[in-house]
Design a protein around this ligand. Structure first.
Ligand code: HEM
Length: 497
């Protein structure tokens, strides 16, 4: 063959090898994917090694004899073709799989917050998607999701995040049914609405302190409210859980350790550092529970000791308390960030919050923000094949019960995209149509606490603080869910000042 043809063949083969890898490389480089990797120790190194390995292989092939290079390119082309064929929406229909595309490297779900709604509009309330190589069946409609959990509870497990392995006996969300029932009973019996009510003055004090700190550090270009919100929720929970005073040195010691054990950042810390921080936190918690046994102010620790005298000696319970504050504090801080964003986008409601004597407005704003933005999805792994509507979900697949998207059903919420806190006037909606705190048997144990922390923050915001937006941008997908832009900045000033 003439030299020019050989060179062209070589270039074409290399282009195929590069093109085949492009979607995976684009996915690996995306911020959302990298955020997600933060929760999985070891995985970023594995992926980096795979990328380097592939680049080295392509370089070696570039220097290899032409037949070898062309064969490798042809094999890569076949693999890409198969992936493309498998990604077509009617793939697996003869086996009973739902419609929808399994494109493994698709970033649509983390680049477009309406992607799942669009898929539901196209394929109906049960459809399949692919994400980061996982095969997922999405289900919309909370009545449907509840019925599914009731019928197939034994065929589904809650797949855990890696932090689960740091707790002896595991985190409550991911425990096997017997253990889950035991710890859920204990924790639900201790973290009661009455306990939360008794903590309201402390929450009000913490909220006012957080806003003072935000005003104190504000500049003309504004501040990032996120770290302040996380400090507010974590401090409040530590105080309520352990019965700590505002100035207790254990409070600051624990606060400094929380970033080290953060479930979303485990891959960025060494195992040794995480273990050391976790064992110090566990000791602090055990000591606080020990002190609570001798009496004192109401706290979760005191209620736990009243229920079980050996509470301070149970490493499963201690680990769960530590991580309930980590995960719950982060979720609540993220909720408050969305509340600020919603108020920033709806200044009339923000002004009303400052004027009104109606304590219900804060609660309605929070419920509406939970409906629109900070609703978790619920994910289960299928351990035995199940039937959803007329479709089959094979073992090993994930089931995503789409709570956030179910909250956008116009048959249930009129004009669902509109921010309208007043839709929560009157009786609270049924669990069958509104479930930001999840579905039985794993409904959130922090519900009353979340609502109390949010209400106290909004009351303090409305009564003691002026604030304005100084910078903003498009929403982003964080480690686990959608977040306001990382550029979102606010300038605060205390009204008294
Ligand atoms: C905005 C804040 C929060 C939201 C939206 C939220 C939402 C949820 C959801 C959807 C679930 C169910 C997860 C599943 O079924 O896989 C859940 C479970 C749970 N939440 Fe929350 N949560 C929040 C804050 C908190 C807080 C502050 C606490 C701390 C007390 C907490 C403690 C728990 C626990 C212990 C579970 C597991 C319950 C079980 O497995 O039985 N959450 N939460």
């Amino acid at each position: 063959m003439p030299d020019l043809v050989l060179i062209a063949l070589r270039i074409a083969a290399l282009a195929v090898l590069a093109g085949v890898a492009w979607p995976a490389l684009r996915m690996a480089a995306s911020t959302a994917f990298r955020n997600r990797l933060g929760a999985h120790p070891g995985l970023p190194h594995l992926i980096l090694a795979a990328i380097i390995g592939y680049v080295v292989l392509v370089l070696l092939l570039a220097m290899a004899p032409l037949p070898l290079l062309v064969t490798a390119a042809a094999a890569a082309g076949v693999v890409a073709g198969l992936a493309h064929w498998r990604a077509r929406p009617d793939f697996g229909r003869s086996r009973g799989l739902p419609p929808g595309t399994l494109a493994a490297t698709s970033l649509a779900m983390v680049e477009d917050d309406r992607h799942l709604l669009d898929q539901a509009r196209r394929y109906g309330p049960v459809f399949k998607i692919g994400r980061y190589g996982q095969k997922i069946v999405c289900v919309l409609g909370l009545e449907r999701c509840n019925a599914l959990l009731r019928r197939h509870g034994d065929d589904l497990v809650s797949g855990g995040l890696p932090f689960d392995r740091l707790i002896p006996g595991g985190f409550i969300r991911y425990m096997p049914p017997d253990r889950h029932a035991r710890y859920r009973r204990l924790l639900a019996g201790a973290l009661t609405p009455e306990l939360v009510r008794s903590g309201r003055p402390m929450l009000a004090e913490e909220a006012a302190g957080a806003l003072r700190a935000m005003a104190g550090s504000s500049t003309a270009t504004g501040i990032d409210p996120a770290p302040h919100l996380l400090r507010y929720t974590t401090r409040s929970m530590l105080r309520l859980f352990l019965g700590l005073d505002r100035d207790d040195p254990a409070l600051e010691e624990a606060l400094a350790l929380y970033p080290v054990i953060a479930s979303a950042n485990l891959s960025r810390r060494t195992r040794k550092r995480v273990s050391a921080a976790l064992s110090t936190l566990t000791r602090l918690f055990a000591e606080a529970i020990g002190r609570a046994a001798g009496g004192g102010s109401p706290s979760l620790a005191a209620s736990l000791v009243a229920a079980r005298t050996d509470a301070a000696d149970d490493p499963t319970l201690l680990g769960n308390l530590v991580y309930m504050i980590e995960t719950g504090g982060r979720d609540t801080a993220d909720l408050l960030l969305w509340v600020l964003k919603e108020l920033a986008d709806h200044p009339d409601r923000a002004a009303e919050l400052g004027r009104t004597a109606d304590p219900g407005l804060a609660q309605r704003i929070v419920l509406e923000t939970l409906r629109r933005e900070q609703s978790e999805y619920v994910v289960r792994r299928v351990v035995r094949p199940i039937t959803v509507e007329s479709y089959t979900v094979p073992a090993g697949w994930l089931l995503r019960l789409c709570v956030r998207e179910s909250h956008r059903d116009p048959a249930i919420f009129t004009d669902p995209d509109r921010f309208d806190p007043d839709r929560f006037q009157g009786d609270p909606p049924r669990a069958g149509v509104y479930a930001p705190f999840g579905l039985a048997p794993h409904t959130c144990l922090g519900r009353s606490l979340v609502l109390a922390m949010a209400a106290e923050f909004l009351t303090a915001l409305g009564s003691g603080c002026d604030w304005r937006v100084t910078a903003d941008g498009p929403r982003v997908f964080g480690s686990f869910h959608w977040m306001p832009s990382r550029r979102f900045r606010l300038a605060f000033s205390s009204r008294a000042a």
